[in-house]
Design a protein around this ligand. Structure first.
Ligand SMILES: [Zn+2]
Length: 69
């Protein structure tokens, strides 16, 4: 659907230890979380069936940060 998705926390890149900036399909046919660098290396682009940019929602992060349960 959209080309970007708002997330409360960025997952790790599946190819390195950086934080992922994209969730998308790779040239290998599988889906992966990818940082900027690896998205350029392995990603096939943005859009439906291809990939989405992960956008960190700072507001949501603050809201969900509660002390204890
Ligand atoms: Zn990476």
């Amino acid at each position: 659907m959209g080309r970007q998705v708002i997330v409360a926390e960025l997952p790790k890149c599946d190819f390195c230890s950086s934080k992922a900036a994209y969730d998308g399909k790779t040239r290998f046919g599988t889906w992966a979380n990818m940082c900027e660098y690896h998205f350029v290396q392995h990603g096939i682009g943005l859009g439906t069936g291809k990939g989405q940019r992960l956008v960190l929602d700072e507001k949501q992060k603050t809201l969900t940060r509660r002390g204890g349960d």
